[in-house]
Design a protein around this ligand. Structure first.
Ligand code: TXA
Ligand code: MG
Length: 334
């Protein structure tokens, strides 16, 4: 149990030093990144990596992302790296991009969930980079319990995991995540890139930088094992319902009163609505989406009423996460 007095530490020199010491001692660290917070362990310490699975309640066959500090570290974990994967790394790292590559024979299959491929990412958050530089590669899934909403603030990490962390573990407070949804995952194990999870970097950009037409984004049933691709993932306990902007005007007042509304600034929401969050644009929408889902659970409202942005750019990823939240929350509220 993480004591409340110890809940999170500021991202200054002493906070980073505590995080580094915890990781070197085999502990876990709630790590800020530009996408979402990760739950990090030394990627070369099997006991620490096993604790990540236990803390999250994550099945052992769901692979982790290994976070590295330098592009050249790719070769420590992956082999047979295609030229287009190098191009993606050179242009889009550091940043919200994860590359799935053939794993080296000596790469721990604990990290890969038993598969012969490894997911690698070089995050842009300066504190994450500093910690990785000092400790070496870190295995870090999103810092939420399995199937739940990824945390985008240190407070959300503490709320999610305080009970399963020890006092020797550290949550590093790097502020609110600037992107707010998880990295774009690109499978680079074939002749053409294939997006496994949409994110901030859209399909057109990935194909453009790769210099090859990618495999078009496929139906969920075709995807290899990506835990975030389970239909009910990224879900709050509160029921999530997608509505059209025009629906609010005719909506029952009591329904609005007991809901959290998440929409954009141009949408008029009638006054009975007690809890309204409005995004300025699609980027802002991504930034506040998970905080809104968490807030709904904290408030104990009956429903999240959400409108979706257009399916372009980051909008594709937002719609993906909202769709999964709808499925997951429906499962919890049969
Ligand atoms: O933005 C992010 O990617 C965040 C931050 C913390 O870096 N991390 C994150 O990790 O979202 P996680 O574990 O919650 O999601 C990683 C996804 C999972 O869906 C996992 O199945 C997939 O990456 N993945 C990992 N290794 C893979 C592999 N070898 N092949 C296919 N998918 C893989
Ligand atoms: Mg996750």
């Amino acid at each position: 149990m993480l004591r409340p007095s110890n809940a999170s530490v500021p991202c200054d020199q002493s906070g980073v030093a505590r995080a580094v010491a915890a990781l070197r001692a085999g502990g876990l660290v709630g790590l800020p990144t530009e996408t979402v917070y990760g739950l990090a362990a030394d990627a070369r310490n099997n006991a620490a990596v096993k604790r990540v699975f236990t803390a999250k309640g994550r099945p052992a066959d769901h692979p982790l992302i290994v976070h590295i500090a330098d592009i050249s570290d790719l070769h420590e974990w992956a082999k047979d790296i295609p030229a287009y994967a190098h191009a993606l790394a050179e242009r889009l790292w550091p940043g919200p991009l994860t590359l799935v590559l053939p794993a080296r024979d000596d790469t721990s299959r604990l990290l890969t969930g038993g598969q012969d491929t490894i997911a690698l990412r070089l995050p842009a958050h300066p504190a994450a980079q500093e910690v990785i530089r000092q400790t070496g590669a870190l295995a870090a899934p999103s810092a939420n319990r399995f199937g739940r909403v990824s945390p985008t603030s240190a407070q959300a990490v503490v709320a999610e995991l305080a009970e399963v962390l020890d006092d020797a573990d550290v949550v590093l407070d790097g502020g609110d995540c600037s992107i707010g949804i998880e990295s774009t995952i690109v499978d680079c194990t074939s002749a053409r890139p294939r997006i496994l999870r949409p994110g901030f970097y859209a399909e057109e950009l990935i194909n453009d930088v790769a210099g090859i037409a990618g495999v078009p984004v496929s139906a969920p049933s075709d995807l290899p094992r990506v835990s975030g691709s389970l239909p009910g993932h990224y879900a709050p306990s509160t029921q999530v319902t997608v509505v059209q902007p025009d629906d609010f005007a005719g909506m029952d007042g009591a329904r609005l009163e007991h809901a959290l509304v998440l929409t954009t600034e141009d949408v008029a929401v009638p006054s009975p609505a007690a809890h309204v969050m409005k995004a300025q644009d699609a980027l802002d929408f991504a930034r506040i989406l998970y905080a809104a889902l968490r807030r709904a659970d904290e408030l104990g409202v009956q429903e999240v009423l959400v409108t979706t942005p257009p399916a372009v750019g980051i909008g594709v990823a937002i719609i993906d996460r909202i769709t999964r939240a709808v499925h997951g929350s429906a499962h919890m509220n049969p």
